[in-house]
Design a protein around this ligand. Structure first.
Ligand SMILES: Cc1cc2nc3c(=O)[nH]c(=O)nc-3n(C[C@H](O)[C@H](O)[C@H](O)COP(=O)(O)OP(=O)(O)OC[C@H]3O[C@@H](n4cnc5c(N)ncnc54)[C@H](O)[C@@H]3O)c2cc1C
Length: 468
């Protein structure tokens, strides 16, 4: 009997994984919580919008068109479940919700291609209306064709900082400044690794040219001080310290923040995969082999959800994980070695990006006590430090239980990394020993209208299917 393969995500990794499975004669199920396929980078605009591929995707227009065409061609050969959230995973079954409908689906192999989200470091005032993540600012532009404000500051570090700033400039928005916490020297030192993918490096340089031509002020090596504003009017400006210590304030009505990306790993966690501390990126990542096999038999991880290496690498790792599935089911496959070799170049390039735009771990220790760390639960850095000192909680989940940092609707996606840095600094322990927030189901909020009866009915159906 053909193996039942489920692919989570219809971004570059998920689409290429599904394509390889279909080529081998399988009919996979592809699940995505989004309304349309394409994932983050090749996010499709809503039906009824008619911007051209060039307008929407710029230099990536051809790649976007190719991915979309591939997925359109696959649709009759897969079971595609859009607008469907995978909210939990149990052994050999995924738990889904679509609208108010609950469903459980059994699988023999699961390929998780869940992508990444912004990696965020809090700054005083970032909870005010008008403060977005860089990814959020880009989604507003790509999906809805609107800007987050009329005078915008982009702050943080990483390729997305320059990409989103350039996209806003090209769309006609006023970018008041780009405030980068990394330095030019860090970028120069990373050059040998960045040269692993010369075309990507060239694209990065072109982005800075867009900003220069538009005369957008770019300050490097800054330390964020405060996002100014008021509860009534929202964001009114951003204050940073320049490398020499001088402080400047830039007036704006919106700010977009971010420090590169972090993989979405909750589903891997719920699937029971083992995690290891990655000293290079200073975070816990699911353990995978070169082909994307997780530590749990039958669970494979691909794309940015496993390792942040960009969209081209995601396409390759998605295909490679699918080939690994086929190989593990005893089918003949070709091309794995070539994909592994190509991915090694992207891994080197990604390491270069991390060195060029480092995660500013040290900022966490110096955050003023009144800075909100957990925006969902409105918990400050001072409260988290107090909890660590008063209770001796030096482990992330224990500190969460006492402080509620990471207990809100984002489940620690946006505050977890900074929270761990604050705990480590307050307890004077290494970051690795703080551990990581355990993934909890549901990974995202479920509709209240989901009735107990529908859950029970679906569970019975699923148990019958699994025992078959
Ligand atoms: C906000 C944002 C913007 C980005 N913009 C760019 C850009 O402009 N240019 C660029 O080069 N790179 C960009 N990147 C990086 C780029 O998105 C990735 O390199 C690439 O998209 C990775 O492909 P992927 O298939 O691994 O993940 P993604 O493209 O992120 O696709 C993951 C898919 O999984 C789905 N998913 C996740 N969790 C669940 C769940 N629980 N249930 C159901 N479905 C789920 C998501 O809806 C999504 O469609 C961006 C990243 C982010 C986070």
């Amino acid at each position: 009997m053909a193996p039942r393969v489920v692919v989570i995500g219809s971004g570059p990794a998920g689409v290429r994984a599904a394509q390889a499975l279909v080529e081998a004669g399988l009919r996979p199920t592809v699940i995505d919580e989004g309304r349309r396929d394409g994932g983050q980078i090749y996010r499709r605009q809503p039906e009824g919008f008619s911007r051209s591929y060039d307008t929407l995707y710029g230099t990536e227009a051809e790649r976007a068109a190719s991915l979309h065409a591939s997925f359109d061609a696959l649709k009759s050969m897969i079971d595609y479940l859009p607008e469907t959230l995978v909210w939990n995973i149990s052994p050999n079954a995924v738990h889904l919700v679509s609208g108010t409908r609950y469903r459980t689906l059994a699988f023999d192999s699961l390929i998780v291609c869940s992508g990444a989200t912004d990696r965020l470091m809090p700054v005083k005032g970032w909870h005010q209306a008008g403060a977005y993540s860089l990814g959020g600012a880009q989604v507003a532009l790509k999906s809805q064709g609107c800007a987050i404000g009329s005078r915008i500051v982009m702050m943080g570090s990483g390729p997305l900082l320059y990409l989103v700033a350039a996209q806003y400039v090209k769309a006609g928005a006023q970018v008041a400044a780009v405030l980068d916490t990394s330095t030019l020297m860090q970028r120069v030192a990373a050059l040998p690794r960045l040269l692993a993918i010369p075309a990507a490096l060239k694209k990065g340089i072109a982005l800075t040219r867009v900003l220069t031509q538009a005369r957008v002020p770019v300050h490097r090596g800054v330390q964020p001080v405060e996002i100014k504003g008021s509860p009534h009017d929202g964001v009114s400006g951003v204050e940073v310290a320049l490398p020499g210590g001088e402080r400047i304030e830039i007036a704006c009505d919106a700010v977009a923040l971010g420090y590169h990306l972090r993989p979405e790993t909750q589903l891997a966690d719920l699937a029971g995969c083992r995690f290891l501390f990655d000293a290079d990126t200073q975070q816990w990542l699911p353990q995978i082999d070169d082909d994307g096999r997780g530590s749990v038999k039958g669970v494979y991880l691909a794309g940015d959800g496993a390792r942040v290496r960009g969209a081209d690498a995601a396409e390759r790792s998605g295909r490679l994980a699918a080939l690994a599935v086929l190989h593990d089911h005893g089918m003949h496959v070709e091309g794995m070695e070539r994909l592994r070799r190509e991915l090694a170049r992207f891994t080197r390039f990604a390491a270069g990006l991390r060195a060029a735009f480092p995660w500013p771990a040290k900022f966490a220790a110096s955050l003023p006590d009144e800075t909100i760390v957990c925006r969902c639960e409105a918990i400050t850095a001072g409260e988290l430090r107090r909890v660590v000192r008063a209770t001796g909680a030096q482990e992330a989940n224990r500190a969460k239980a006492f402080s509620r940092v990471g207990m809100g609707r984002c489940q620690g996606r946006y505050c977890g990394h900074a929270g761990a840095e604050i705990i480590a600094a307050a307890a004077s322990v290494p970051l690795a020993s703080v551990g990581r927030l355990r993934g909890q189901a549901p990974v995202k909020p479920l509709p209240v209208a989901l009735t107990e009866a529908s859950i029970e009915a679906a569970s019975t159906e699923a148990s019958a299917e699994i025992s078959e």
